[in-house]
Design a protein around this ligand. Structure first.
Ligand code: 9MR
Length: 376
C-alpha cells in the first residue's frame, strides 16, 4: 500500500516537473490577452493514462482539440449507433480544467465510414438521403454538447491543392452546397458555437485563392462561418513568413477570425512532393528519411526554436484576428509525424520532448510574447 502510494507520488512529481516547475511562465500565461494556446489530445490524455501529458496540458494550455475522438468513424460507427464514451470524457476534461473546448470534425472525406454514402446494395445514396444523414449526425452531436463545446470544425479539407473543390463523396452526391448546409445544420444545433472551415496548405497561393473564394461566397450567402482554420503543418522552410502573413491578412479582410488549428513544424527531410497533410499519403521507409533517430542535433534544435519564434511573431502581429493557436499534440512522442508519411520515424515537431521537458522552441515561443509586451 505504502509502496503504491510512493510510486503514485513519484509519478505525480515527475509529471509536475515536466509540466512547469522548470518553466517559469506557462504558454497560456505568456499569451493571455493575445490568443488562446491549445493542444490536441488523444485517448491517453483524455482517459488519464498519460498523467505526464495531462499535467503538461493542464499547466500550459487553455484550449483543447480532440485529435481523433470526435471523428465520424469513432462517434458514429454504424447508422443507428453513436458511441459517446470517449467524446463525453473529452468534454468533461475541458470543463474540469475550464478550457476552451474545440471539436474536430463534422464533415470530412477521411475517417468517415463507407455506409454514410451507400445504400443496402452498395450504391451511392441520393442527395436527399445524404443530406438527411449529415443533418442527423450534426444535430445529434452538436446538440448533445450544446454550450459545452465552444468551437466546431464543421467542414475539413474540402479543397484540392489547385483551389478547386475536392471530388469527395460529399461533393459528388450532394453538390457544392454541402458545405453551406453543414454550417447551417451546425448553427441550428448550437447558435452560440463558433464554426470553422479548416484546411491545410492554405498558404499556397492557388489553394488560398480557392479558400478565399469559398469563404467569400459563404459569407455573401449569409452562411454562419465564423473562422478559418489554417492547420499549420509546417516545415523549417515552409511557409515563408511573408506567405503566412499574407494568408492571415487575406482571410481577415473577409471578416472571419483566423485560428492556427493544428500547428507543428517538421524538421525531418520532406518525403512528400508538396507541403501537405493528406493523410492517405504513404512513403516507404528509408533510413535517409529518418536522420535523427538517436536525437536532434543542437543546431537543428536552435533552427526549430527560431522558426517557431518567427511564426509566432506573425501570429502576434495579427492578434486582433488570430483567436487561437493549437499545437497538434502535446509532446514529440505523441505526434502523428512519427508515422506520416513514412512509418516509424523519430520526429521533433512540438514544444515538449519525449520525456515531457520543454525544448528551446518552448522558450522561443514564450519569449516572442514577452517581446511584444515590452514593445507596447
Ligand atoms: O493526428 C491524426 C492521426 O492520429 C490520425 O491517424 C489521422 C487519420 O486521419 O488524422 C490525424 O489528424 C489529421 C486531422 O484530423 C486533419 N488534418 C491533418 C491531421 C494530420 O493528419
Amino acid at each position: 500500500m505504502l509502496n503504491r502510494r510512493f510510486i503514485a507520488v513519484t509519478a505525480l512529481l515527475a509529471a509536475s516537473m515536466a509540466a512547469g516547475a522548470q518553466t517559469r511562465t506557462s504558454l497560456k500565461e505568456a499569451y493571455r490577452g493575445n490568443f488562446l494556446i491549445g493542444a490536441a489530445i488523444g485517448t491517453p490524455q483524455i482517459t488519464g493514462q498519460d498523467s505526464r501529458g495531462d499535467a503538461i496540458v493542464e499547466a500550459q494550455f487553455d484550449a483543447i482539440s480532440p485529435e481523433n475522438a470526435l471523428k465520424w468513424e469513432r462517434i458514429h460507427p454504424k447508422p443507428d449507433t453513436y458511441d459517446f464514451t470517449l467524446a463525453d470524457r473529452y468534454v468533461a476534461f475541458g470543463e474540469k480544467h475550464h478550457m476552451f473546448t474545440v471539436a474536430h470534425c463534422l464533415v470530412w472525406h477521411n475517417q468517415v465510414p463507407d455506409w454514410v454514402f451507400r445504400d443496402d446494395k452498395g450504391n451511392f445514396v441520393d442527395r436527399v438521403t445524404l443530406l438527411k444523414r449529415m443533418h442527423d449526425h450534426i444535430s445529434t452531436i452538436v446538440g448533445r454538447y450544446k454550450g459545452r463545446i465552444q468551437s466546431w470544425d464543421v467542414v475539413n479539407e474540402a479543397l484540392n491543392e489547385d483551389g478547386t473543390l475536392r471530388q469527395s463523396p460529399w461533393l459528388k452526391i450532394i453538390g457544392e452546397d454541402y458545405i453551406a448546409k453543414a454550417f447551417q445544420y451546425a448553427h441550428q444545433a448550437d447558435p452560440q458555437a463558433q464554426l470553422t472551415y479548416n484546411d491545410y496548405s492554405l498558404e499556397i497561393e492557388a489553394k488560398r485563392k480557392g479558400a478565399l473564394a469559398l469563404i467569400a461566397k459563404l459569407k455573401a450567402q449569409g452562411v454562419p462561418v465564423t473562422s478559418v482554420g489554417l492547420q499549420g503543418h509546417n516545415s523549417l522552410t515552409w511557409p515563408s513568413v511573408e506567405d503566412q502573413d499574407a494568408t492571415i491578412s487575406a482571410f481577415a479582410k473577409l471578416g472571419v477570425k483566423v485560428v492556427i488549428s493544428e500547428l507543428d513544424i517538421d524538421v525531418l527531410p520532406r518525403a512528400a512532393q508538396h507541403p501537405s497533410a493528406e493523410v492517405s499519403l504513404k512513403v516507404l521507409e528509408d533510413p535517409k528519411l529518418n536522420p535523427y533517430a538517436d536525437g536532434l542535433p543542437p543546431s537543428v534544435q536552435q533552427e526549430l526554436a527560431q522558426r517557431y519564434a518567427d511564426l509566432f511573431g506573425v501570429y502576434l502581429k495579427h492578434r486582433d484576428v488570430v483567436t487561437r493557436v493549437t499545437f497538434w499534440g502535446v509532446t514529440d512522442g505523441d505526434s502523428w509525424l512519427n508515422d506520416w508519411p513514412v512509418k516509424g520515424r523519430t520526429s521533433y515537431p512540438l514544444l515538449f520532448d519525449r520525456s515531457g521537458q520543454p525544448k528551446p522552441a518552448f522558450q522561443a515561443v514564450t519569449r516572442a510574447a514577452a517581446d511584444v509586451k515590452t514593445m507596447n
